[in-house]
Design a protein around this ligand. Sequence first.
Ligand SMILES: [Zn+2]
Length: 145
Amino acid sequence: MSDAKNAARLSRWTERGTSIEANVTVKKREETGTATVYVAELDGGARFKRAAKIGLICWGLAVLSIPIVVFHFVLVPMFLLAGPVLFFMRYGQEQVILGSLVDCPVCSHTNRVKEQAEAWPITHHCDNNKCRETMFLARPGDEPA
Ligand SMILES: [Zn+2]
């Protein structure tokens, strides 16, 4: 992961959202840290755009599944149903976590927390394959998991 990419991400996140200083803890370990998590409140238009994207991806996968012999009996209806289900799930998300760059308290590797529905604490597995520790990012005042 390059520093230039991370710098671009950080500027995008600061532009779109507000920052929260989160406490980072690691399962069954003493090491702790802090991380800045970017959160955004979405208006109707932004929610619709995010939701439409996932809905259209599902329907696109349904179309692509048509030529897959035998499996198309399962895949096509599954993706057709998943489209509206995921659309409404995403449309209901008024607050999202845009992302965060977290230094693993155990191995110091810089991890990128991806965009997701806002739910605290955020659970993230260290991207460093030699580490794979489970980190919890909690808002100050929240009980660690
Ligand atoms: Zn790690």
